[in-house]
Design a protein. Structure first.
Length: 139
């Protein structure tokens, strides 16, 4: 920055953060001229967010990395535990393999036999006709 009085280069000699503003990032800067020793004070707004954002971004990435490592460890432990589990018997095992087990073996329920269908040459009798063919028991 140049001095308004003589045009020489000005040096920054003091910086004080302004805490009276509602928004953070304001500073009171004191500049001194290298030629005529005049002093100027200016209130400037500086942006501190880039470093804060970079730090927050790095923290988020580190947290995400830690979570990914923890998830990987959980999955590896699950796989080890899964491999240690005894295998379930296959429904297609032979009956000899089932006899070795302590569990009782249940046979499947047998389906009820359905009546044989009538032959094509036999007439189908209705309930009334079936009753007429029977001998009369009243006599």
């Amino acid at each position: 920055m140049l001095c308004l009085a003589c045009g020489a280069e000005m040096r920054l000699v003091e910086v004080v953060e302004d805490t009276t503003m509602l928004v953070s990032g304001y500073e009171h800067q004191t500049w001194q001229c290298s030629g005529c020793d005049s002093v100027e004070q200016r209130t400037t707004f500086i942006r501190k967010k880039p470093l804060d954002e970079k730090l927050r971004n790095l923290m988020e990435r580190a947290t995400a990395l830690k979570e990914a490592v923890a998830e990987s460890k959980r999955r590896a432990q699950f796989k080890r535990d899964w491999d240690k589990l005894p295998s379930a018997p296959s429904p297609f095992e032979s009956s000899d393999a089932l006899k070795d087990r302590d569990e009782p073996v249940q046979s499947p329920a047998e389906p009820a036999a359905s009546p044989a269908p009538p032959a094509h040459d036999e007439p189908i009798a209705s309930a009334n006709e079936a009753g007429r063919d029977l001998p009369d028991e009243r006599a």
